[in-house]
Design a protein around this ligand. Structure first.
Ligand code: NAP
Length: 250
């Protein structure tokens, strides 16, 4: 039987491409979404109906707010019911971003950022790990950000949350090494997704110019790195932060 992967935040952007590429590579894919149900259902239908062959279990969308422990717990129970098996590979991709001066940030802004971008990772890891530890097998891939490595002006809470994801990745990798579970992190650079839709053309061009490889990244760039980390080719890699940023951060 093929491996089962859970991709959080699969309705849009990077997560949507992760869903497509992992399905294409033969994984059974469960993916979560929160607000964009129509996009999530459309994505699942477009994959499951491919070539006229309907496979209802190729891509399964599940609505769950990752910041809510109970919803995450229910999502894992639903996956067990749908696939008859638990999660072999967990990709913590769901995230929010916000641009604001630090002095304008409210406590609510701070708490929501950490609830989704950090606590969401905590909840999903806690639900995925008992089975992985029991089987002494599993892979966790956390999507952080280059801003978690170097910090971004007007994104202090986002940078702090993404730095926390890097710390969590490294510590968890050490704790889970004896259980043969690899925990790694991808730190994307600027990627063309709805998350960056508020940036105007001038800003995007400036970011492109700052990037040694001279372009904005695509969701596929991230999906290819995730496929590698999920594969047997990465069995001796753990606790690492893989920058997929066109050389912007070296
Ligand atoms: P995006 O286009 O805004 O998509 C975000 C995804 O996360 C959506 O599927 C969204 O679901 C989901 N999500 C948001 N809040 C959620 C919640 N509370 N519970 C469950 N799902 C939730 O963002 P993206 O650019 O693809 O970013 C994906 C990841 O890459 C994020 O962790 C982001 O921080 C990171 N990243 C992105 C960039 C970039 O340049 N784009 C760079 C570095 C890192 P709904 O839309 O259905 O609510």
């Amino acid at each position: 039987m093929g491996k089962t992967v859970l991709i959080t935040g699969g309705s849009r952007g990077i997560g949507k491409e992760l869903v497509r590429q992992f399905c294409k590579a033969g994984y059974s894919v469960a993916f979560s979404y929160w607000e964009h149900q129509e996009e999530a259902v459309h994505l699942a239908n477009s994959i499951n109906n491919r070539n006229g062959l309907f496979r209802s279990d190729a891509a399964v969308p599940i609505q769950a707010d990752v910041s809510d422990a109970q919803q995450v717990q229910k999502m894992f129970e639903y996956i067990e019911g749908s696939f008859g098996t638990g999660v072999d590979i967990l990709i913590n991709n769901a995230g929010i971003a916000q641009q604001k001066l630090f002095t304008d940030l409210t406590e609510e802004d701070w708490d929501r950022m950490f609830a989704v971008d950090v606590k969401g990772v905590f909840h999903c890891c806690q639900c995925a790990l008992p089975r992985m530890i029991h089987r002494k097998e599993g892979k966790i891939i956390n999507i952080s950000s280059m801003w978690g490595q170097v910090g971004a002006s007007c994104e202090v809470h986002y940078s702090a949350a993404k730095a926390a994801v890097i710390g969590l990745t490294k510590a968890l990798a050490k704790e889970l090494g004896p259980s043969q579970i690899q925990v790694n992190c991808i730190a994307p650079g600027v990627i063309d997704t709805p998350m960056n839709a508020s940036f105007d053309e001038e800003t995007m061009n400036a970011l492109k110019e700052e990037t040694p490889l001279g372009r904005i990244g695509t969701p596929k760039d991230i999906a290819m790195a995730a496929l590698f980390l999920a594969s047997e080719k990465a069995d001796f890699i753990t606790g690492q932060v893989l920058g997929v940023n066109g050389g912007m951060i070296i």
